[in-house]
Design a protein around this ligand. Structure first.
Ligand code: 3HC
Ligand code: NAI
Length: 693
């Protein structure tokens, strides 16, 4: 049963019941339309109320149905709405908690709308690369007026019901019972005729063309590569310039166009990928979690300070531990400075700043942190230092405390083995700047307890992070892949490209930053240190020496004012440097390479496919649970363009046989040994499948 039918006196109540958010899938639509027909056939029924069970009126069309035959099967959402609108008995939408997308569009087709205060009202389709496709662009402006409707549709942001009085015939008191109140309302209006229909209203906006042109210009400038926002403007414009029926037809046409675009598919992929990432097959949703009411952080450096801010922002008290008072003072001063900058930008109040800083304390003694529910270690990236810290934590932390490490490359299992409680040890790999970046790689050691993993996943939500689970391997998901990307970037320099060309090509593809600008931001010395370790541990892996030569010139990146590029104080712009470019050209000559012109297409393919190929290995080894987790890592941690859906999704859109073809071609070129097609990639390509099915 996906919609229930009950009669309360002279009022029929149809309750959408399709958990979790009453998405209007085929079964729900069918049952609801049947309900309306049943009410119309029953002479004792004078009015109809439509409401939603559980935690939503409706979250809209069932997104899982999109691009499946069910989406278009009758009764469609249009038919459902038209059935409500053309009902000869009044239909009242009784709204609570969430009323979004097709849910709001349904309510606009009803004759009346009543609501509880605090209900989240939105047409969020634009966030999925779509526009409201069931009359929202035509009916909302007729109710709210052109400008407020356009703002809601283009932004997709929710507005509380009480802030939209024009939308509702009645907003009940916060303590009212929705169903009782809605039935009473329906009884009151049962005999009123003619039945009010939104479609009969006109959108009145003097000089609408000037406003619409202004909106087009603004939205175009902000939408970047996404076509949906501008399409939203055009369809809303039709509510003024066209007759209702023509506007509806136009809306339909544009919706059907958008739903086929890669941009929309990528956004929908990201929507589900984000939600599925928190699900781990052998850790059921009802796994008990440990309470996290206090935290300790070891190391108040770059990462420790940022990690502390996440806890403070979530209202969790933090104790910072360092080896020296000066390091503590510096760390705390940086945290305060960050908050003060946010205050200056008007994004934080003084009161909140004081509250957050009030939750922060510090110590030099391990005994002071023993009672914390979680401790996150963010000390130097050296196994010896980690060992000393974890042995100490094992001594002082209360039983049941979670011991987390922020290591970016070291073996979490080895770290866990320094303690007598490896089940309590987990990796929480934050990304820099930790107070800003959404990604949290949660590294599951071989002994990590299921409740510890479940707690870390729940914590990531509390800290407003996207938690993605990774198994233990060098670099986990994100950094293991980026290493291949960086290797290709280096080889491209040896063969004929310069940093500026590589960065520009990557940025044109949509990366927030090309590999060399990213290196300058992160610090080239970090990669250098990792490579030095690799030269000893894994001599079989080849790297371009160009980046080492750069570091030997003392050019570590933005922090030294010079890296692949030059930087000027107070200006983050990257200025190409002649000496660096000469060094690159000379290095090619030293290697006996005749530099060639490399196309942007080749640059992008080599950068992106190196990610894809390593991603396929990671998937095959079970380090990532699913391809979409890898995409989430790249979308939230590495500036991969959202409209391309992540590297694995992107590979699917290109077609895996094409990816394989290109990889095999590059395997015959310079440093071709870096390319060994992942068996999973070859298999999926041969089977005509994609990473995401
Ligand atoms: N269809 C199908 N499933 C949906 C859904 C929808 N419209 N909206 C949410 N869900 C599912 C989620 O996938 C998730 O499933 P899971 O438990 O299996 O992982 C579950 O509902 C809960 O979602 P959240 O974790 O996001 O729960 P919240 O309580 O934080 O948020 C929400 C609820 C505000 C409804 C949020 O999920 C949301 O913003 N959903 C998207 C709503 C939307 O975009 N609607 C427009 C759909 S397109 C449309 O209507 C087209 C029409 O114009 C023709
Ligand atoms: P950092 O050098 O900025 O800070 C480390 C801090 O730890 C210093 O303040 C130091 O005084 C303190 N420290 C060292 N030994 C200690 C000990 N025994 N007890 C207490 N404090 C001690 O280093 P950063 O960049 O913050 O890195 C910390 C960890 O986070 C490393 O494991 C690193 O690999 C990881 N990481 C770093 C990222 C980055 O971009 N910087 C990104 C993700 C993870």
């Amino acid at each position: 049963m996906t919609a229930e039918y009950q009669v309360h006196g002279a009022v029929a109540v149809i309750t959408l019941n399709n958990p979790p958010v009453n998405g209007m899938g085929l079964e729900t639509r069918t049952a609801a339309v049947k309900g309306i027909q049943q009410a119309l056939a029953d002479d004792a029924v004078k009015a109809i109320v439509i409401t939603g069970a559980g935690k939503a009126f409706s979250g809209g069309a069932d997104i899982k149905e999109f691009n499946t035959p069910k989406a278009l099967a009758e009764p469609s959402l249009h038919t459902f709405i038209a059935t409500a609108e053309s009902s000869t008995k009044p239909v009242v939408a009784a709204i609570h908690t969430v009323c979004m997308g097709g849910g709001l569009e349904l309510s606009l087709g009803c004759h009346y709308r009543v609501a509880m205060p605090g209900a989240q009202i939105a047409l969020p389709e634009v966030k999925l690369g779509l526009l409201p496709g069931a009359g929202g662009t035509q009916r909302l402006p007729r109710v709210l007026g052109l400008e407020p409707a356009l703002n809601m549709i283009v932004s997709g942001n929710p507005v509380a019901s009480e802030k939209l009085p024009a939308l509702f015939d009645e907003i009940f008191a916060a303590d009212a019972d929705l169903l009782t109140s809605a039935v009473a309302f329906a009884e009151k209006i049962a005999d009123v005729r003619p039945l009010p229909k939104v479609r009969d209203r006109k959108v009145d906006y003097p000089n609408h063309e000037a406003f619409l042109q202004f909106s087009r210009n603004t939205v175009k400038a902000m939408a970047g590569p996404f076509p949906a926002p501008l399409e939203c403007v055009e369809t809303v414009a039709a509510s003024v310039t066209m007759k209702f029926e023509d506007g509806m037809k136009f809306e339909r046409e544009r919706f059907l166009h958008l739903i086929q675009t890669t941009e929309s598919k990528a956004l929908r992929h990201a929507f589900f990928a984000e939600r599925v990432a928190s699900k781990v097959p052998d850790v059921p949703a009802d796994t008990p979690v440990r309470p996290i009411k206090s935290a300790a952080i070891i190391g108040a450096g770059t990462m420790g300070g940022g990690i502390a801010m996440n806890f403070l922002n979530a209202g969790i008290p933090v104790k910072l531990l360092e080896t020296r008072q000066e390091a503590l003072d510096k760390g705390i001063a940086t945290i305060r400075k960050n908050y003060e900058n946010t205050l200056k930008k008007g994004k934080l109040t003084q009161e909140k700043l004081d509250q957050r800083m009030g939750l922060l304390s510090s110590t030099l003694a391990y005994e002071d942190i023993g009672q914390a529910d979680i401790v996150v270690e963010a000390v130097f990236e050296e196994m010896g230092v980690k060992e000393a810290v974890f042995r100490k934590l094992d001594e002082v932390m209360k039983p049941g405390a979670i011991l987390a490490t922020n290591t970016s490359t070291l073996d979490v299992d080895q770290i866990a083995a320094f303690t007598q409680r490896p089940q309590d040890v987990i990796g929480t790999h934050f990304f820099s700047p930790a107070n800003v970046m959404k990604l949290l790689e949660i590294v599951r050691g071989k002994a990590t307890g299921k409740d510890v993993l479940a707690t870390a996943l729940a914590l990531s939500k509390k800290l407003k992070k996207t938690g993605v689970v990774s198994g233990v391997c060098d670099g986990f998901i994100g950094n293991r892949m980026i290493e291949q990307y960086s290797r290709q970037a280096g080889f491209l320099l040896e063969e004929g490209a310069l940093p500026e060309q590589v960065d520009k090509a990557a940025e044109k593809f949509g990366f927030a930053m090309g590999p060399f600008r990213m290196g300058d931001l992160a610090g080239n010395d970090i990669g250098w240190a990792i490579r030095k370790r690799r030269y000893v541990e894994k001599p079989e892996i080849s790297y371009s020496k160009t980046a080492d030569l750069l570091c030997e010139m003392g050019r570590y990146g933005q922090k030294t004012g010079a890296g692949w590029y030059d930087y000027k104080a107070g200006d983050r712009k990257a200025y190409p440097n002649e000496d660096v470019n000469a060094m690159i050209v000379k290095h090619s000559a030293d290697l006996g390479i005749t530099r060639r012109k490399i196309s942007d297409e080749e640059i992008v393919e080599r950068l992106v496919y190196s990610l894809v190929n390593e991603g396929a290995l990671i998937l095959e080894e079970g380090i990532a649970l699913r391809a979409s987790d890898i995409d989430m890592v790249y979308l939230t941690g590495y500036g991969f363009p959202l409209y391309r859906g992540g590297p694995m999704f992107y590979a699917d859109t290109v077609g895996l046989p094409n990816v394989l073809l290109a990889i095999n071609k590059y395997a015959k070129g310079h440093q071709g040994g870096a390319w060994k097609p992942a068996p999973l990639l070859s298999k999926l390509a041969a089977d005509g499948k994609g990473f995401n099915g």
